[in-house]
Design a protein around this ligand. Structure first.
Ligand SMILES: Cc1cc2nc3c(=O)[nH]c(=O)nc-3n(C[C@H](O)[C@H](O)[C@H](O)COP(=O)(O)O)c2cc1C
Length: 266
């Protein structure tokens, strides 16, 4: 699938085929996509633990279950617990990572001059900020970018997913032996959709002009209809939810998967 279509097809899936295992290779591909994401200074603070439902204790599943997670937690065969590892920003590790970019010729034009500039001008500030940077908004953005890339690969591989958050995630830290420094960010249910891939249509978003501005706040970035048409042709923009048959699909899904009529977990 072309990238734009993958972006267009991605929508949260909450009903999975419970008996269809996700191939290990597909999860590996998701993780490789996460590993290739952009990240401040290339420190790569994103981490994930793969949890296979059939190998997990009831206690663990209960601990990772978020409040709004009934359907996906009942049906998904695999979960990824994504967390932030701020420890990678400790001491000189951040600066070493940036220096490493000069070594592999990804930053600057002259290795020695670039390293000297980093050491003289950036090192003091980086060292002073230290581990706190691992908890700064951009560190979480980096985790989010990695998750987004993994998610797109999942859809490209025919899988669906539901990202979830919630205080319950932190209770799982002990059971998973997470290091003290780890900050759980979200839980991602992954599996083959039991829903049609349309899942009732593309999730509607706020108007474009309400979200994006040009030159200053309040001055909308005016979209061009021709671009909207082009993106519709390339399937990035798709039919918005709800499709006419969604109601029947939901009734069918609930019956087929023997689910109660609720979204909240126990
Ligand atoms: C960080 C995060 C947390 C979320 N938490 C939940 C959740 O706890 N339960 C749930 O059903 N959906 C959850 N979602 C899914 C959102 O509701 C969904 O992404 C949003 O409605 C937009 O729909 P879309 O993903 O189809 O574009 C979460 C999504 C994100 C990114």
């Amino acid at each position: 699938m072309e990238l734009k279509e993958v972006i267009g097809r991605r929508r949260t899936i909450r009903f999975f085929i419970p008996f269809r295992e996700v191939e290990r290779e597909k999860i590996q591909k998701m993780l490789e996509a996460a590993r290739r994401s952009s990240c401040a200074g290339n420190v790569m603070n994103v981490r994930a633990i793969v949890i296979w439902r059939d190998q997990a204790s009831d206690e663990l599943i209960k601990a990772i279950t978020p409040p709004i997670g009934y359907q996906q937690m009942q049906t998904a065969p695999c979960f990824l617990l994504w967390y932030n590892e701020p420890g990678v920003y400790e001491g000189a590790r951040w600066i070493e990572s940036v220096l490493g970019l000069a070594d592999v010729r990804r930053i600057g034009t002259n290795v020695e001059a670039t390293k000297a500039e980093i050491n003289e001008r950036l090192r003091p500030g980086f060292m002073a900020a230290g581990a706190a940077m691992g908890l700064a908004p951009f560190a979480y953005m980096d985790v989010g970018q990695a998750i987004a890339q993994a998610t797109l690969v999942a859809y490209d591989e025919g899988l669906g997913s539901c990202l979830m958050s919630g205080p319950a995630i932190e209770r799982a830290a002990k059971l998973l032996d997470l290091p003290e420094s780890a900050v759980p960010v979200c839980l991602q249910a992954v599996g083959y959709p039991a829903e049609s891939w349309e899942a009732g249509g593309q999730t509607p978003k706020p108007p474009f002009e309400e979200m994006f501005f040009e030159m200053k706040y309040g001055q909308p970035f005016e979209g061009d209809e021709a671009v909207v048409e082009e993106l519709s042709d390339s399937r990035m923009i798709q039919e918005p939810a709800p499709l006419p048959w969604r109601e029947e699909e939901l009734i069918y899904l609930a019956r087929a998967l023997d689910l109660e009529d609720r979204i909240l977990s126990d």
